[in-house]
Design a protein around this ligand. Sequence first.
Ligand SMILES: [Zn+2]
Length: 136
Amino acid sequence: MSYQSATGPIGAEGRYWDALQEGRLELPRCTGCGQWHWPAVWRCGACGGWDHEWVEQPIKGEVFTYTRTHHPFGGAEAFTKPFSTLVVTLKSVPIRLVGVLEGDETGLRIGAPVTGTIARTAFGDAQIPALRWSLA
Ligand SMILES: [Zn+2]
């Protein structure tokens, strides 16, 4: 029971990365009890089931919390400082996802509605898909 992504076996969340690479946000739900899981798991902690379905989600939510980065650090070289990183509670399912805010930051606050897009970010020599948020 292992998921083989386009780049090799990368764990229970492989489907997430492959879907993001193809331009969709998909998250896993246990087919036994309906529990949403993120990070992805092989086995549901609520009912013990092994089967999950991956369901496409709209990339919309509201700011749960955020932090502003003013100083450079490894892995964030591509971002113009300062930049803000958001933890967003999705509107459609009770899951929170992280991504960098792009565009105008006027109105940034906890609870602000945001919409997301799928961009690419540098990770070592690779370009990997990543969520970017914009204030709605
Ligand atoms: Zn379950």
